[in-house]
Ligand binder design. Structure first.
Ligand SMILES: *Cc1c(COP(=O)(O)O)cnc(C)c1O
Length: 241
Protein backbone atom coordinates (compact mmCIF):
# COMPACT_ATOMS: atom_id res chain seq x y z
CA UNK A 1 0.00 0.00 0.00
CA UNK A 2 1.15 3.52 -0.73
CA UNK A 3 2.15 5.38 2.42
CA UNK A 4 0.05 8.52 2.80
CA UNK A 5 0.66 11.55 5.02
CA UNK A 6 -1.94 12.42 7.63
CA UNK A 7 -3.16 15.32 5.49
CA UNK A 8 -3.57 13.04 2.49
CA UNK A 9 -5.51 10.59 4.62
CA UNK A 10 -7.75 13.36 6.02
CA UNK A 11 -8.50 14.45 2.45
CA UNK A 12 -9.17 10.86 1.37
CA UNK A 13 -11.62 10.32 4.24
CA UNK A 14 -13.54 13.45 3.27
CA UNK A 15 -13.63 12.44 -0.39
CA UNK A 16 -14.59 8.81 0.38
CA UNK A 17 -17.47 9.96 2.58
CA UNK A 18 -18.85 12.18 -0.18
CA UNK A 19 -18.84 9.28 -2.62
CA UNK A 20 -20.35 6.84 -0.13
CA UNK A 21 -23.08 9.28 0.95
CA UNK A 22 -23.99 9.76 -2.71
CA UNK A 23 -24.08 6.02 -3.35
CA UNK A 24 -26.21 5.47 -0.26
CA UNK A 25 -28.67 8.16 -1.33
CA UNK A 26 -28.92 6.68 -4.81
CA UNK A 27 -29.51 3.15 -3.53
CA UNK A 28 -32.07 4.41 -0.99
CA UNK A 29 -34.00 6.26 -3.69
CA UNK A 30 -33.85 3.25 -6.02
CA UNK A 31 -35.33 1.13 -3.24
CA UNK A 32 -38.14 3.66 -2.80
CA UNK A 33 -36.90 5.22 0.39
CA UNK A 34 -35.68 8.54 1.68
CA UNK A 35 -31.85 8.77 1.83
CA UNK A 36 -32.20 9.87 5.47
CA UNK A 37 -33.74 6.49 6.29
CA UNK A 38 -30.36 4.80 5.81
CA UNK A 39 -27.80 5.38 8.55
CA UNK A 40 -24.11 5.27 7.76
CA UNK A 41 -21.88 3.81 10.45
CA UNK A 42 -18.13 4.33 10.18
CA UNK A 43 -16.40 1.14 11.31
CA UNK A 44 -13.29 2.21 13.16
CA UNK A 45 -11.38 -0.94 14.14
CA UNK A 46 -7.60 -0.39 13.88
CA UNK A 47 -8.22 3.27 12.89
CA UNK A 48 -6.42 5.93 14.93
CA UNK A 49 -8.54 8.46 16.83
CA UNK A 50 -7.46 11.45 14.73
CA UNK A 51 -8.86 9.83 11.60
CA UNK A 52 -12.07 8.84 13.35
CA UNK A 53 -12.47 12.44 14.53
CA UNK A 54 -11.97 13.60 10.95
CA UNK A 55 -14.89 11.40 9.88
CA UNK A 56 -16.97 12.89 12.71
CA UNK A 57 -16.01 16.39 11.52
CA UNK A 58 -17.24 15.34 8.08
CA UNK A 59 -20.67 14.49 9.50
CA UNK A 60 -20.40 10.90 10.72
CA UNK A 61 -22.84 10.47 13.63
CA UNK A 62 -22.35 6.76 14.32
CA UNK A 63 -19.19 4.69 14.74
CA UNK A 64 -18.76 0.95 15.27
CA UNK A 65 -15.91 -0.78 17.08
CA UNK A 66 -15.27 -4.52 17.23
CA UNK A 67 -13.27 -4.83 20.41
CA UNK A 68 -14.16 -3.61 23.89
CA UNK A 69 -10.57 -2.90 24.86
CA UNK A 70 -9.76 -0.96 21.71
CA UNK A 71 -12.90 1.14 22.05
CA UNK A 72 -12.26 1.97 25.71
CA UNK A 73 -8.70 3.03 24.91
CA UNK A 74 -9.75 5.36 22.10
CA UNK A 75 -13.02 6.65 23.57
CA UNK A 76 -11.51 9.50 25.66
CA UNK A 77 -9.87 10.88 22.48
CA UNK A 78 -13.01 10.73 20.35
CA UNK A 79 -15.57 13.47 19.74
CA UNK A 80 -18.37 11.36 21.14
CA UNK A 81 -20.50 14.36 22.13
CA UNK A 82 -21.69 14.52 18.56
CA UNK A 83 -21.44 10.85 17.63
CA UNK A 84 -22.88 7.60 18.99
CA UNK A 85 -20.90 4.37 19.25
CA UNK A 86 -22.01 0.76 18.82
CA UNK A 87 -20.16 -2.44 19.57
CA UNK A 88 -20.28 -4.66 16.48
CA UNK A 89 -17.74 -7.40 17.25
CA UNK A 90 -18.16 -10.68 19.10
CA UNK A 91 -18.50 -10.03 22.83
CA UNK A 92 -17.13 -12.32 25.53
CA UNK A 93 -19.05 -12.42 28.79
CA UNK A 94 -16.08 -11.27 30.88
CA UNK A 95 -15.99 -8.01 28.87
CA UNK A 96 -19.69 -7.17 29.26
CA UNK A 97 -19.15 -5.36 32.55
CA UNK A 98 -16.73 -2.95 30.86
CA UNK A 99 -18.81 -2.06 27.81
CA UNK A 100 -22.33 -1.69 29.25
CA UNK A 101 -23.09 2.01 29.63
CA UNK A 102 -20.26 2.96 27.26
CA UNK A 103 -22.01 2.33 23.93
CA UNK A 104 -25.48 3.17 22.64
CA UNK A 105 -26.15 -0.30 21.21
CA UNK A 106 -24.51 -3.73 21.22
CA UNK A 107 -25.14 -5.13 17.73
CA UNK A 108 -23.39 -8.47 18.10
CA UNK A 109 -25.61 -10.37 20.55
CA UNK A 110 -25.33 -13.98 19.45
CA UNK A 111 -26.46 -16.06 22.46
CA UNK A 112 -29.18 -15.84 25.10
CA UNK A 113 -26.43 -16.09 27.74
CA UNK A 114 -24.65 -12.95 26.56
CA UNK A 115 -27.98 -11.09 26.48
CA UNK A 116 -28.57 -12.17 30.10
CA UNK A 117 -25.16 -10.89 31.13
CA UNK A 118 -25.76 -7.55 29.35
CA UNK A 119 -29.15 -7.34 31.08
CA UNK A 120 -27.69 -8.09 34.49
CA UNK A 121 -24.93 -5.48 34.16
CA UNK A 122 -27.40 -2.92 32.78
CA UNK A 123 -29.80 -3.40 35.69
CA UNK A 124 -26.87 -2.91 38.10
CA UNK A 125 -26.24 0.46 36.40
CA UNK A 126 -29.93 1.35 36.36
CA UNK A 127 -30.06 1.45 32.55
CA UNK A 128 -31.46 -0.56 29.67
CA UNK A 129 -29.10 -1.47 26.82
CA UNK A 130 -30.27 -1.58 23.22
CA UNK A 131 -29.16 -4.73 21.43
CA UNK A 132 -29.39 -6.24 17.96
CA UNK A 133 -29.52 -9.97 17.40
CA UNK A 134 -26.77 -11.20 15.12
CA UNK A 135 -27.97 -13.66 12.51
CA UNK A 136 -25.61 -16.08 10.82
CA UNK A 137 -26.86 -15.43 7.31
CA UNK A 138 -25.50 -18.53 5.63
CA UNK A 139 -21.93 -17.60 6.46
CA UNK A 140 -20.05 -20.85 6.91
CA UNK A 141 -16.88 -18.98 7.85
CA UNK A 142 -18.49 -17.29 10.81
CA UNK A 143 -19.33 -19.28 13.90
CA UNK A 144 -21.26 -16.38 15.38
CA UNK A 145 -24.94 -15.55 15.20
CA UNK A 146 -28.32 -17.23 15.57
CA UNK A 147 -29.57 -19.32 12.69
CA UNK A 148 -32.49 -17.85 10.77
CA UNK A 149 -34.67 -20.72 12.04
CA UNK A 150 -34.10 -19.97 15.70
CA UNK A 151 -33.92 -16.19 15.80
CA UNK A 152 -37.66 -15.59 16.41
CA UNK A 153 -37.75 -18.02 19.33
CA UNK A 154 -34.56 -16.49 20.77
CA UNK A 155 -35.94 -12.97 20.33
CA UNK A 156 -38.96 -13.98 22.46
CA UNK A 157 -36.67 -15.44 25.11
CA UNK A 158 -34.40 -12.39 25.16
CA UNK A 159 -37.37 -10.01 25.29
CA UNK A 160 -38.10 -11.40 28.78
CA UNK A 161 -34.70 -10.32 30.11
CA UNK A 162 -34.65 -7.13 32.21
CA UNK A 163 -32.11 -4.49 31.19
CA UNK A 164 -31.99 -5.19 27.45
CA UNK A 165 -34.21 -4.07 24.60
CA UNK A 166 -34.07 -5.86 21.26
CA UNK A 167 -33.91 -3.17 18.60
CA UNK A 168 -33.36 -5.16 15.41
CA UNK A 169 -31.12 -7.57 13.55
CA UNK A 170 -27.59 -7.50 12.16
CA UNK A 171 -25.65 -9.80 9.87
CA UNK A 172 -22.33 -10.13 8.10
CA UNK A 173 -23.07 -11.51 4.63
CA UNK A 174 -20.97 -14.35 3.26
CA UNK A 175 -18.71 -13.74 0.29
CA UNK A 176 -20.91 -14.61 -2.69
CA UNK A 177 -19.68 -15.20 -6.20
CA UNK A 178 -22.92 -14.06 -7.75
CA UNK A 179 -24.70 -10.80 -7.04
CA UNK A 180 -28.04 -12.66 -7.06
CA UNK A 181 -26.87 -14.92 -4.22
CA UNK A 182 -25.85 -11.92 -2.15
CA UNK A 183 -29.15 -10.18 -2.82
CA UNK A 184 -30.99 -13.32 -1.72
CA UNK A 185 -29.09 -13.36 1.59
CA UNK A 186 -30.05 -9.73 2.27
CA UNK A 187 -33.60 -10.29 1.10
CA UNK A 188 -34.01 -13.26 3.49
CA UNK A 189 -32.72 -11.06 6.32
CA UNK A 190 -35.28 -8.40 5.51
CA UNK A 191 -38.10 -10.94 5.49
CA UNK A 192 -36.97 -12.21 8.90
CA UNK A 193 -36.83 -8.62 10.17
CA UNK A 194 -40.36 -7.87 8.93
CA UNK A 195 -41.78 -11.19 10.17
CA UNK A 196 -40.39 -10.73 13.67
CA UNK A 197 -41.56 -7.09 13.70
CA UNK A 198 -45.08 -8.19 12.70
CA UNK A 199 -45.27 -10.52 15.71
CA UNK A 200 -45.05 -7.47 17.99
CA UNK A 201 -43.09 -9.11 20.80
CA UNK A 202 -43.33 -7.10 24.05
CA UNK A 203 -40.25 -4.99 24.89
CA UNK A 204 -38.95 -5.37 21.32
CA UNK A 205 -38.69 -2.70 18.63
CA UNK A 206 -37.70 -4.01 15.25
CA UNK A 207 -36.25 -0.70 14.08
CA UNK A 208 -32.75 -1.46 12.90
CA UNK A 209 -31.69 -3.76 10.08
CA UNK A 210 -27.89 -3.57 10.14
CA UNK A 211 -26.35 -5.14 7.05
CA UNK A 212 -23.96 -4.13 4.29
CA UNK A 213 -20.22 -3.37 4.46
CA UNK A 214 -17.69 -1.72 2.12
CA UNK A 215 -18.04 -4.38 -0.57
CA UNK A 216 -21.80 -4.89 -0.51
CA UNK A 217 -23.60 -1.92 1.04
CA UNK A 218 -25.48 -0.90 -2.10
CA UNK A 219 -26.95 -4.39 -2.50
CA UNK A 220 -27.87 -4.39 1.20
CA UNK A 221 -29.69 -1.06 0.89
CA UNK A 222 -31.53 -2.21 -2.22
CA UNK A 223 -32.82 -5.12 -0.12
CA UNK A 224 -33.87 -2.95 2.82
CA UNK A 225 -30.88 -2.28 5.12
CA UNK A 226 -31.35 0.87 7.18
CA UNK A 227 -27.90 0.81 8.78
CA UNK A 228 -24.73 0.06 6.82
CA UNK A 229 -21.38 -0.55 8.51
CA UNK A 230 -18.51 0.75 6.42
CA UNK A 231 -14.82 0.65 7.32
CA UNK A 232 -12.21 0.28 4.60
CA UNK A 233 -14.13 2.26 1.97
CA UNK A 234 -13.91 5.26 4.32
CA UNK A 235 -10.54 4.86 6.02
CA UNK A 236 -8.60 2.72 3.55
CA UNK A 237 -7.30 -0.81 4.00
CA UNK A 238 -6.78 -1.81 7.62
CA UNK A 239 -3.30 -2.36 8.99
CA UNK A 240 -3.38 -4.98 11.74
CA UNK A 241 -0.50 -4.81 14.19
C1 LIG B 1 -14.90 -4.82 9.92
C2 LIG B 1 -16.38 -4.90 9.97
C3 LIG B 1 -17.18 -4.11 9.12
C4 LIG B 1 -16.64 -3.19 8.06
O1 LIG B 1 -15.91 -3.88 7.09
P1 LIG B 1 -15.39 -3.18 5.74
O2 LIG B 1 -15.37 -4.26 4.77
O3 LIG B 1 -14.06 -2.61 6.07
O4 LIG B 1 -16.38 -2.11 5.43
C5 LIG B 1 -18.56 -4.21 9.27
N1 LIG B 1 -19.12 -5.03 10.18
C6 LIG B 1 -18.39 -5.80 11.01
C7 LIG B 1 -19.08 -6.68 11.99
C8 LIG B 1 -17.00 -5.77 10.92
O5 LIG B 1 -16.27 -6.55 11.72
Amino acid sequence: MVWLSDDERFAAIEENLKIINNDIAEAAITSGRNPDDVNLMAVTKTVESKFINKAIDCGIRLIGENKVQEFLLKAPELKLDSCKAHLIGHLQSNKVRKIVGMVDTIQSVDTVEIAKEIGKRSVMQGISTKILLEVNAGNEYSKFGFTADEVFEKACEIAEIDGVCVNGLMCVAPICEKEAELRAVFSDMRRLFIDIGDKKIDNTNMNVLSMGMSGDYESAILEGANLVRIGSAIFGARIYR
